[in-house]
Design a protein around this ligand. Structure first.
Ligand code: SF4
Ligand code: SF4
Length: 166
């Protein structure tokens, strides 16, 4: 079993153990908005993703429905050589926030070996997940909390943020 599979298996326990401490730390960071937060988080993002193999995980593709924009629909439909309206009819539904999301999860484009069938044309939300390399990370702390029980990389990065700002 590789490092990612172990991290994924341990995630529910890690979540239970660390959730409160991480949320307390993030609460302070949301107020203080430290200047060095982005630099620290981006370094942690690089370090953690050097050791995490997303192909051994794919938990985001199995459990989270990415928000799909019209630009995504046009790009994906072109890749699949169908009309955008056909793409929407076959694959999409509208969620309670009025956003397009996949009708079914795991994602219809996730293959059995965890590769993405539409990788080069995948939605923007998939490209950006889990957002730990974004600027003004203090704005993403609440979203990061929501990803703690989904993404083992987010858990590792968040534990390290707590240590860095202890
Ligand atoms: S981004 Fe996180 S949840 Fe998604 S495959 Fe990689 S480690 Fe898993
Ligand atoms: S489109 Fe690809 S990257 Fe996005 S959820 Fe589906 S399988 Fe994952």
């Amino acid at each position: 079993m590789n490092y990612t599979e172990k991290s994924l298996l341990a995630l529910p326990l890690e979540y239970k153990k660390n959730k409160q401490e991480i949320e307390q730390c993030f609460k302070k960071l949301k107020k203080k908005k430290p200047k060095k937060l982005d630099t620290i988080v981006h370094e942690l993002d690089s370090e953690v993703f050097e050791n995490i193999d997303c192909l051994a995980c794919a938990n985001c593709c199995k459990t989270l429905g990415p928000r799909i924009t019209y630009v995504d629909i046009k790009r994906l439909a072109k890749y699949l050589k169908i009309k955008p309206s056909e793409f929407s009819t076959i694959y999409l539904t509208i969620d309670e926030d009025g956003d397009y999301v996949f009708k079914t999860m795991p994602c219809p484009f996730l293959m059995p070996d965890n590769y993405c069938m539409v990788y080069n044309s995948r939605p923007k939300a998939c490209r950006e997940y889990p957002h730990t390399d974004r600027k003004r990370f203090y704005q993403l702390l609440s979203l990061t909390e929501k990803n703690l029980d989904v993404c083992p990389a987010v858990m590792e990065i968040s534990k390290a943020i707590v240590k860095a700002f202890d």
